[in-house]
Write a protein that binds this ligand. Structure first.
Ligand SMILES: NC(=O)c1ccc[n+]([C@@H]2O[C@H](COP(=O)([O-])OP(=O)(O)OC[C@H]3O[C@@H](n4cnc5c(N)ncnc54)[C@H](O)[C@@H]3O)[C@@H](O)[C@H]2O)c1
Length: 257
């Protein structure tokens, strides 16, 4: 049997990059998925490609009313919500002094507060799923390797992604009695449309930056978006039924050294 058969998921930021790869893997494993994203063009296109197992809902997860509407649309379309993957986020690279108030509000808002709001709005449905299924319900977050370590000139991003790991630990303890598991995936730098906006802080030349990254990874290769999707499938499935409150590095061994 497929590993997520008959499960219903919302993936925020599901129109692109790591989110789109996760949506594809969830559907391949039998789930029905709401793609919740601000990018209506790409989101609707992915939903069309995947057919009746997926639908697109335009949702800015920093807006509480839009989070609630995405949950309601999911319940109306698929009848339940078992898995929430809070994946939407964005980069910021630059010295800490260069982050003005608007930048701070945007980066912390998109990377942390939005995921917090979406989780709050999804909780009634997730609690119902936790009570109904022996395997319970699941909340996942795409944090980052910078959710568990720092890098100069990425302090605002690092703070937002460490915040996600704090959220995961608190929620894991708070929601365990409701049979809801909560975990974070922490990928190192991965080839997605976000990458060119992320790497310039490390090197002027993109190819040189990629080469330096590969050299810093013990396995000698950068992850692909499907690696995040595969980790999400495992953590969302009953195979991970004893795993909650972790921040899983997806880093080819970088944290080992
Ligand atoms: N690519 C990497 O190297 C990398 C590494 C570690 C963690 N991450 C994290 O993974 C997540 C996905 O990044 P990606 O690389 O796939 O980027 P991406 O730019 O390819 O995709 C991000 C998606 O999020 C959507 N989005 C942005 N703001 C949103 C909002 N307010 N509400 C709803 N959707 C919104 C965008 O429209 C886009 O579809 C982010 O949280 C990012 O911080 C990325």
């Amino acid at each position: 049997m497929a590993r997520l058969q008959d499960r219903v998921a919302i993936v925020t930021g599901g129109a692109s990059g790591l989110g789109a790869a996760t949506v594809r893997r969830f559907v391949a494993e039998g789930a029905r998925v709401t793609i919740a994203d601000i990018d209506a063009g790409r989101g609707a296109e992915l939903a069309r490609e995947l057919g009746s197992a997926a639908h697109f809902v335009r949702c800015d997860h920093t807006e509480r009313a839009q989070c609630r509407a995405a949950v309601e649309a999911t319940l109306a379309r698929f009848g339940a919500l078992d898995i929430l993957h809070n994946n939407a986020g964005g980069p910021f690279a630059g010295p800490v002094e260069s982050a003005d108030d608007a930048t701070l509000a945007r980066v912390i808002g998109v990377n942390l507060v939005g995921a917090f709001r979406m989780t709050q709005e999804a909780l009634p449905a997730l609690r119902a799923a936790g009570a109904q299924r022996a395997g319970g319900a699941v909340i996942l977050f795409t944090s980052s390797l910078q959710g568990i370590k720092a890098r100069p000139n990425y302090t605002v991003y690092t703070a937002s992604k460490h915040g996600i790991v704090g959220l995961v630990k608190g929620l894991a303890l708070e929601l365990a009695p409701a049979n809801i598991r909560v975990n974070a995936i922490c990928p190192t730098v991965t080839e997605t449309p976000m990458l060119p906006r992320f790497l310039p802080g490390m090197a002027g030349d993109m190819e040189e930056a990629r080469r330096r990254f590969r050299a810093s990874i013990p396995l000698g290769r950068m992850p692909e978006p499907v690696d995040t999707g595969n980790a999400a499938v495992f953590l969302a499935s009953d195979e991970a039924r004893m795993i909650t409150g972790i921040a899983l590095p997806l880093d080819g061994g970088q944290m080992a050294g």
